[in-house]
Design a protein around this ligand. Structure first.
Ligand code: HEM
Length: 167
């Protein structure tokens, strides 16, 4: 089990002590983490579903759904930012538990994959803004990134709950 540097543990001790004695702090941090998940994950999954439905439409009818998808990203990024900040609050409130947790690092790797997938999704949209023809490779890339988004959001949420229960 990898242990965090003692200097880091000492640096975080005031926050860890405060957090462990404050139900209000724990409630606020947990709410922000779950609330960010509801906002970002909820909109992302609804958009993935809209993408699959749009891909069944004739190409000429896909412009509206594509514009809608482009307008959702900043909400998802806002929710993800809240998730990351509250996640860091969780992590630093009990660094000795989470620093050595393979579930935690697996979850962080999945979060990085989610961000890369989001970037590839915006790249697919850029391709479609240049070429939205029937054979554009943008449509295949959009379907693939929507599938990965669905899988990653649920897998990360599962890893989060596992982290809370097995740590
Ligand atoms: C898409 C991104 C993420 C999702 C969907 C997610 C989801 C969750 C969920 C559902 C829980 C369980 C909460 C509970 O039982 O109260 C959780 C716990 C946790 N998350 Fe995340 N999380 C994400 C990103 C992060 C990040 C980026 C960090 C750290 C920087 C993080 C750190 C933690 C920690 C430490 C816990 C355990 C909290 C505890 O048991 O006290 N999460 N996460």
């Amino acid at each position: 089990m990898i242990t965090p540097p003692e200097s880091l543990v000492q640096l975080l001790k005031p926050w860890a002590d405060f957090y462990s004695h404050s139900k209000l702090a724990a409630t606020i941090v947990q709410f922000l983490h779950i609330g960010g998940l509801v906002l970002a994950g909820g909109l992302a999954i609804a958009s993935d579903r809209a993408t699959f439905r749009a891909l069944r439409l004739p190409v000429a009818a896909r412009e509206g759904p594509l514009l809608e998808l482009a307008s959702v990203h900043r909400w998802v990024i806002t929710g993800l930012t809240v998730i990351v900040v509250s996640g860091l609050a969780f992590l630093t409130a009990d660094i000795e538990t989470f620093f050595g947790s393979w579930i935690f690092w697996t979850k962080m790797a999945l979060v990085v994959l989610l961000l890369i997938n989001g970037l590839m999704m915006t790249r697919a949209e850029e391709t479609l803004r240049r070429d939205a023809g029937e054979d554009s490779r943008g449509w295949r890339s959009l379907r693939r990134t929507a599938k990965w988004s669905l899988a990653l959001w649920f897998t990360i949420a599962f890893a989060g709950v596992a982290l809370a229960n097995f740590s």
